[in-house]
Design a protein around this ligand. Structure first.
Ligand code: NAD
Length: 309
């Protein structure tokens, strides 16, 4: 089959979805960026007397993500003008527009039931042959689509981008049990040759490869810090720039990923491993849970281990 990705749909416009759409735009691929319809109106919307029927309000999440991208500082890897290639929409009104795309990538919240519900909905408008992938950090690719027909499973796989997608070269491709070899090898090739990624093909095990190791490292560091009383700055000084890794300091990484997302990712492993010692290693410290309760979920909220000033 002569495949090409001419147009894509990115579902979920949060930290990763918006950046993946921007990365695609940078190589000239237009995309639809769809999110859920916001449940509540903002004060501004109420003041402007916009009703929930208004398209602008219904597309608020995706539109806000696009506006944020427009304010991102341009760099050799990011041209702001290309953001025009991203069209905002919402899942309720615009899902059937995915009929016009060659690749649908799901980038919604890291929760198995929510993802399963989404795939059920998607399958009703999906055109047989279109590639669908998930950006999950580590939920089982097979579980996500277990109740869907084989024709869908044949075209479904994991394409796990790392944060931030434009700068992180690593990408894991995770074929499911029923993914056609043609589909996996096409995506591997596309991600390497068109997106410039270094692809590692991973098995469908909890958190795949990179996040199994990465989550372990972050939790060990976090627990050591709490036990020995090191400060956030001290730990970041020795795990980041001073080691020549400007973007990978422990707590900067947690803020970038999102504390809420990190908890989902760690829990995904702790719930799947069978032995007690591994469960303990992947147990989420109370400190992180409290941060979520306080709304300190990282850069996306302006406050995490660091505060945006
Ligand atoms: P996020 O919290 O920033 O965004 C999640 C988006 O999903 C939001 O825009 C939200 O409105 C949307 N959403 C919530 N419920 C939904 C529903 N029922 N249907 C459709 N959309 C819904 O999360 P994120 O960090 O962008 O993560 C998205 C996915 O990417 C997750 O699977 C996550 O594990 C994965 N991922 C995240 C990172 C990271 O560093 N944050 C890195 C790699 C992979």
């Amino acid at each position: 089959m002569d495949r090409q990705i001419r147009r894509a749909a990115v579902i979920g416009s949060g930290v990763m979805g918006a950046s993946i759409a921007a990365h695609l735009a940078n190589i000239g691929i237009p995309s639809l960026l769809l999110d859920i319809v916001p449940a509540q109106l903002t004060d501004e919307e109420i003041a402007n007397q916009l009703s929930l029927e208004s398209k602008q309000v219904r597309n608020r999440f995706a539109s806000q993500a696009i506006n944020k991208l427009k304010k991102t500082n341009p760099s050799p890897l990011f041209d702001r003008d290309l953001v025009a290639l991203i069209s905002p929409g919402n899942i309720e009104d615009d899902l059937d527009k995915v009929k016009e795309v060659d690749w649908i990538i799901e980038v919604i919240v890291e929760n198995l039931e929510i993802k399963q519900q989404f795939y059920k909905k998607l399958e009703s408008v999906w055109v047989n042959g279109t590639i669908v992938s998930t950006n999950t950090s580590g939920i089982s690719v097979n579980e996500m689509v277990k109740d869907l027909p084989d024709s869908f499973k044949n075209h479904f796989l994991g394409t796990h981008f790392f944060n931030p997608p434009r700068y992180m070269k690593l990408l894991e491709v995770i074929p499911g049990e029923k993914t056609l070899p043609e589909v996996s090898s096409f995506m591997k090739d596309f991600c390497e040759k068109k997106l410039g990624k270094g692809v590692v093909v991973a098995k469908d095990t909890p958190n795949f490869i990179a996040n199994r190791i990465g989550t372990f490292g972050l939790l060990v560091t976090l627990n050591e810090m709490l036990e020995k009383g090191f400060s956030v700055e001290e730990v970041d000084a020795v795990t980041g720039p001073l080691l020549g890794r400007p973007k990978s300091a422990t707590f900067r990484t947690l803020d970038l990923v999102g504390i809420d997302t990190f908890i989902h990712v760690a829990t995904n492993v702790s719930e799947k491993v069978n032995n007690r010692s591994e469960q303990q290693i992947f147990e989420v410290p109370k400190l992180l849970k409290q941060m979520v309760v306080n709304g300190w979920i990282g850069e996306k909220a302006g406050k995490g281990f660091y505060q945006k000033v």
